[in-house]
Design a protein around this ligand. Structure first.
Ligand SMILES: [Mg+2]
Length: 211
């Protein structure tokens, strides 16, 4: 029986790439090219930004401090005012489990997104993982499990990134569910793959019936 569901924010609760990422990426590349962004790095950014976001990419590409600064300033200045959660967000109200929101990035940006989306009321806990890493997630997930005195099998983690939240959940023994809202996503290890929150509800109910 699942007693706690841990949700990711970006590309899980709202269409981060469609509503923010596309524009941000163009602005970043435009400004970074002037500061010497290499052609091959531009190509990798275009390919991977949709699912990895800037911080993980900057680390992977070992971008110079100057380029990172430009990227981060575009990211921090982005206009968040029009963002909206996915249409099926209301399904969360039909789930009786405790719910936690665990997201990563710059705290002020993530908190602002949550406020504009108007989704605070769905969650008992909200944590921003400033380390933006697999290890950071493992620690936060473990703390939540301890807080509610749960076994790993009673916790379900749902997110879009296999190598971050899903790998962290799986390493602890939690149920990992990958939500795939669009085609170009990274596939990775997960116990379930779903398209929307209705399917999440079915999985939670199915796990509840198991002895
Ligand atoms: Mg995400």
């Amino acid at each position: 029986m699942i007693k706690l569901i841990i949700f990711d924010l970006d590309n899980t609760l709202f269409d981060t790439y469609g509503q923010l990422g596309k524009n941000i990426l163009e602005q970043m590349i435009h400004r970074m090219k002037k500061a010497g962004l290499k052609k091959e790095h531009e190509e990798i950014m275009r390919e991977k930004y949709p699912f990895l976001g800037f911080r993980i990419l900057a680390r992977e590409l070992k971008l110079s401090a100057k380029l990172q600064e430009i990227g981060m300033s575009v990211y921090k200045d982005m206009d968040l005012s029009g963002i909206k959660p996915f249409d099926d967000i209301h399904v969360l109200d039909e789930l009786e489990q405790k719910k936690a929101l665990v997201t990563s990035g710059t705290e002020e940006v993530q908190i602002k997104k949550i406020k504009i989306l108007g989704i605070q009321h769905y969650f008992q806990d909200m944590v921003v993982d400033k380390s933006v890493s697999y290890e950071g997630r493992v620690n936060i997930f473990s703390e939540l499990m301890k807080k509610y005195k749960l076994k790993p099998s009673e916790v379900l983690v749902i997110g879009d990134l296999p190598q971050v939240e899903l790998a962290a959940g799986k390493s602890i023994g939690m149920v990992a569910v990958q939500i795939i809202r669009r085609d170009n996503v990274l596939k990775g290890e997960a116990d379930y793959r779903i398209k929307d929150f209705y399917e999440l509800k079915s999985i939670v109910e199915e796990l509840g019936r198991k002895p």
